[in-house]
Design a protein. Structure first.
Length: 118
């Protein structure tokens, strides 16, 4: 079953965490809440996950997300990077990056359960 209406709870039940650099924004104003503390919080979450777990897959989409990847231990985790999937840049590297299949290949190779992305 394909998720409709933006409900990604099925992914969450499989252990998928979706995390933006800033967790709030004014409507129709991208980046409006940057510099208000969210970056420190999300950096701490990423760092804690990287340090305390192993075999995670981090998908960093867009330049801002790629910069957050500096706190990830790439010897313990798979880090995939691509353009942001926004309408402005999705055709410049997001479409065709195959992050979902690459993630599952890594999980399977690591003896971990693959994610059902549908």
């Amino acid at each position: 079953m394909v998720a409709t209406g933006g409900d990604l709870s099925r992914w969450a039940k499989q252990g998928v965490l979706l995390l933006n650099a800033t967790l709030t924004v004014n409507a129709n104003t991208p980046g409006s809440h940057q510099g208000k503390g969210w970056e420190e919080f999300t950096d701490a979450v990423i760092k804690k996950l990287s340090e305390s777990r192993s075999g995670l897959v981090f998908m960093l989409w867009g330049n801002y997300a790629k910069k957050k990847g500096t706190v990830i231990n790439r010897n313990k985790h798979l880090v995939l990077e691509a353009q942001h999937p926004s309408p402005f840049s999705a055709y410049n590297g997001f479409f065709g990056c195959k992050h979902f299949s690459k993630a599952n290949q890594y999980l399977k190779k690591s003896g971990l359960r693959e994610v059902r992305w549908d």
